[in-house]
Design a protein around this ligand. Structure first.
Ligand SMILES: *Cc1c(COP(=O)(O)O)cnc(C)c1O
Length: 409
């Protein structure tokens, strides 16, 4: 397959989900190419915009870009800390030798917290029972936990409701007083940051300021505060506080759905596959299950070996854009579990040629945003779900950032 970004070195292949099955997917069939320099540069760009410490969010396998390589690239770009959802993600980063502070913010009752604490993973608490479990685990393993207190200022998802916040803060301050834990942050998450000017934004920031004042009354005034996801990092300086917490923008995508180049960001992910079969068919040929597409004239069909089991959504049927044989095409007929078809009309195409599903968009190929628009979803979902039997190949000007293919499980 064609080599993207030939100026970059440090190429390696990672097995994606197949790695766990002790097989290495063939990158000559289909691959996700991740430009780690783009991730590093995006972090540097975001940091200079925000002018404060930055937590790069690398949850969900680095939004599908690979947890450890993405984290290393983010740290190279200037990320001060890393954010993940679950403890396993944080521990995987520690196992890879990453030493920067890490916050894991979604833990449930009864989870084993001791390894996280011995590995200096910071945790979030939104309830008194969570504070108690963290304090107990800290006592059990002899490590004082750093805890970020999360307040729900209007998203109604994670975080303590404002009516419970004073009690949570008082309990945390008391636990800190007796050395059971250290409060390392006060934080919240916005519901509408991707809609600049939305009335809920000012309401949530006002509620957060109230929450901060309540915490200050209990002696927690100097604790770092953080609110801003990518959208708020890019558009809402009032929400930057002491640290920003961008995720999707680290990978070069615009959370508002526009052109990331407007913010100096570039997409890090390219998804491509080699045509496995080409054939000429007559007019009136029904294509793929259910014949949802029929050729209108004699046509050349190209078979692309990726499908919904690989994270190419089935509702890309008849709408997903693909770059093939020098032009943008649209998927012809249903996306199947393992493959889909593209009608290139009378254009010449050969087996082995590269079809690009999405990439940075600089060479005519569609972007993840183009896919999101066509499929009525968001690029977050597309990049974080693509995987399956695709190989992952990293490009970096710093070869140490790239995992050694020989060290795969
Ligand atoms: C995912 C997430 C982020 C990052 O959001 P983006 O929109 O990707 O920047 C920040 N904070 C929390 C709590 C999150 O869950």
């Amino acid at each position: 397959m064609q080599r993207l970004c030939a100026h970059l070195r440090g190429v390696a292949v990672e097995g994606g989900k197949l790695g766990r099955m002790h097989t290495t997917p063939d990158r000559n069939r289909a691959e996700i190419v991740v430009d780690l320099d783009a991730i590093a540069d995006n972090v540097a760009t975001l940091k200079s915009r925000a002018d404060c410490p930055l937590m790069a969010v690398v949850k969900a396998d680095g939004y599908g870009h690979g947890l450890v390589p993405s984290a290393r690239a983010a740290v190279r770009g200037g990320a001060d800390t890393l954010g993940v959802t679950v403890i396993e993600e944080a521990l995987a980063l520690r196992r890879a030798g990453i030493g920067v502070p890490i916050l894991a913010w979604l833990t449930g009752s009864g989870e084993d917290l001791t390894e996280a604490l011995t590995q200096d993973v910071e945790l979030s608490a939104a309830s008194i029972w969570m504070l108690e479990e963290i304090a107990e685990a800290g006592q059990a393993c002899g490590h004082v936990a750093r805890v970020h207190l999360k307040v729900d200022t209007g998203l109604s998802r994670g975080g303590a409701h404002m009516s419970d916040w004073p009690d949570l803060v008082a309990a945390a301050a008391a636990a800190q007083e007796v050395g059971q834990l250290k409060v390392g942050g006060i934080w919240t998450h916005l519901a509408y940051a991707d809609t600049p000017g939305h009335s809920t934004i000012t309401a949530q920031l006002a509620a957060f300021d109230d929450a901060v004042r309540i915490a200050a009354r209990d002696g927690l005034g100097d604790v770092p505060k953080h609110v801003a996801n990518s959208a708020a990092t890019l558009t809402l300086p009032d929400a930057h506080y002491d640290m920003v917490r961008p995720g999707i923008a680290v990978y070069g995508l615009d959370p508002m759905g526009g052109d990331p180049a407007a913010y100096g960001l570039r997409p890090a992910m390219t998804v491509q596959a080699a045509v496995t079969l080409v054939k000429r068919v007559p007019a009136g040929s029904g294509v793929s299950y259910g014949h949802e597409y029929t050729t209108s004239k004699p046509s050349t069909l190209a078979l692309i070996p990726v499908g919904y089991a690989d994270g190419v959504p089935r509702n890309a049927t008849n709408v997903g854009p693909v770059w093939l044989a020098g032009a943008r095409r649209t998927i012809a007929g249903r996306v199947c579990m393992d493959q889909f078809v593209v009608d290139v009309g009378d254009d010449p195409v050969q087996a082995g040629e590269t079809a690009v599903l999405w990439g940075p968009g600089t060479a005519g190929e569609p972007t993840a945003q183009d896919w999101a628009t066509a499929l009525h979803t968001i690029h977050y979902e597309l990049v974080s779900r693509v995987g399956g039997r695709l190989a992952r190949r990293y490009l970096s000007s710093v070869p140490e950032e790239v995992p050694d293919p020989a060290s795969r499980p």
